[in-house]
Design a protein around this ligand. Structure first.
Ligand code: ZN
Length: 485
């Protein structure tokens, strides 16, 4: 038994282990062999090819970004510097109803799929071909994938302005089942967005049933995060409740000035639902959201920063208010002219965001938009910001709790086996960081700055990030739903 672990490839010596479970940090060395954690404890006598002194640093499980739109960029730009530089080792892709597979476009990429990439990037008619490409490319970080409801809908439903017919539901369910058989971790929906707006509860319930049958999860970008938020939450609960499909409410927020202070109310409703069905949340640590430019969100009350615009690329970085004034029109009118494009909406209250972030069922998800010319800084800053600003500096939660929200909690919630913990037998996805210095550097003005304090990142045992740079080795894998090979 002991001889089994006498040899290691790498030993991290002298660190403080935060193991991802939420329990208090403890001092230990950690040994890795191949892609696995093989020993934890006092390991000075172990023989290893490489010994890395991590005295004074934290050894944590690699972070799982619970909410991304990195479906295609992890293939086209596989170094994934925005994520690995934050200590992220696994991406959950396919959120908000808009997964890249299984979908191709004949003409141009319609909104909101354009958040994911260009027409030629959408090259995966089947989920299996997407999975094979991830395995072949081996991005710098692991990829676990949801299937988007809108992705299914645009292929199977003839008229997007109405709910699916029984035959169309069957078609969607067949595609969904095929993807689940290939290892998809579940389905996402985004009835907030045009392609899915006409979907009714019955349509979504029928798909959620397929997800539940496979042991997957259902994530929801709810219909309304503003005035109608309670109704929208009830709709999401109703979809998942009959089959007890694990529900994840995406980027939970109370948006719009009139709804500031309502997190108490929404979290209360969520807690009540949790008594009868599994519900989790994800959240990013900023008071601005970001999505496509939508005139209906230009309420004149919240500040809106243009991130990109196809017809007016030089307007990126300017506020909608100043653009509208310059053009002598309303903000909604200016938004209309700037489309298609993306924007950041300063629509949440800091206290609501903190309440949500610290809720026991809330995970950390960046929701970063990797193609924006001037992206919301959450793309490069989310994880160090939670650890540095919200855990260390503002004491909103302990460091152990913050790490749990980015490791053990998402691994359990999404059904990712052997990830999210520092324990013998787990995959060697490890982030070593300096708890004293870790902090985000990305800002709205300068959004692509690398965060500070992430010292080493291992992905499946390979060193992926060190000395503030990516290494030559990429070792990310496709991560299937637990129980699917
Ligand atoms: Zn969303």
């Amino acid at each position: 038994m002991a001889t089994d672990i006498l040899h290691a490839d790498t030993v991290l010596m002298g660190g403080l282990v935060i193991d991802g479970s939420g329990r208090p940090a403890f001092r230990a060395d950690v040994a890795l062999r191949d892609d696995t954690i093989v020993a934890i404890g006092e390991l000075r006598k172990i023989s290893a090819i490489r010994i890395i002194d991590v005295t004074g640093l934290v050894i944590a499980p690699g972070f799982i970004d619970a909410h991304t739109h990195d479906d295609l960029i992890c293939i086209t730009q596989p170094d994934m510097t925005p994520k690995v530089s934050q200590g992220v080792t696994t991406l959950i892709v396919g959120n908000c109803g808009i997964s890249a597979p299984p979908l191709r476009f004949q003409t141009s990429v319609s909104e909101p799929f354009n958040l994911l990439g260009q027409k030629e990037d959408f090259a995966y008619a089947t989920f299996a071909s997407y999975r094979q490409t991830i395995e072949k490319v081996s991005p710098r970080v692991n990829v676990a994938a949801l299937v988007g409801h809108s992705t299914l809908r645009v292929q199977c439903v003839d008229d997007l302005g109405r709910p699916a017919t029984a035959a169309e539901r069957d078609h969607m369910n067949a595609l969904l089942q095929e993807a689940l058989n290939q290892g998809a971790i579940g389905m996402s929906s985004g009835v907030f967005y045009a392609p899915a707006q006409a979907a009714d509860v019955e349509e979504l319930q029928s798909l959620a049933q397929t997800v539940a049958g496979a042991g997957g999860v259902y994530t929801s970008h709810i219909r309304d995060e503003r005035d109608g938020i309670l109704e929208a939450l009830r709709e999401a609960f109703a979809v998942a409740e009959p089959t007890r499909t694990p529900l994840i409410l995406s980027h939970h927020k109370c948006a719009g000035v009139r709804n500031w202070g309502r997190a108490v109310e929404t979290l209360g409703l969520i807690d009540a639902a949790r008594e009868t069905q599994p519900v989790h949340l994800d959240c990013y640590p900023y008071t601005a959201g970001s999505t496509v430019i939508r005139p209906d969100l230009a309420d004149g009350e919240v500040e809106i920063l243009i991130n990109w615009s196809t017809p007016y690329p030089d307007m990126a970085g300017r506020t909608l208010k100043s653009i509208a004034e310059g053009w002598g029109t309303t903000q909604a009118g200016a938004a209309e002219r700037l489309m298609p494009g993306g924007a950041s909406y300063f629509q949440m209250h800091e206290q609501d965001m903190r309440e949500i972030l610290k809720h026991s069922c809330c995970m950390v998800g960046s929701d970063g938009l990797p193609h924006d010319s001037l992206p919301h800084p959450r793309l490069w800053g989310t994880f160090p910001r939670v650890l540095g600003r919200y855990a260390r500096d503002l004491n909103v939660m302990s460091l152990e709790t913050a790490v749990h929200k980015m490791t053990g909690l998402p691994a359990a919630t999404f059904g990712l086996s052997k990830r999210g913990a520092i324990a013998v037998g787990m995959k060697a996805d490890i982030t070593v960081f300096d708890a004293n210095t870790i902090i985000d550097r990305a800002t709205f003005e300068d959004p692509t700055q690398i965060a500070e304090g992430v010292v080493h990142v291992f992905v499946n045992g390979a060193l992926a990030w060190t000395q503030n740079a990516v290494t030559a080795e990429r070792n990310g894998r496709f991560v299937s739903r637990a129980g699917v090979s």
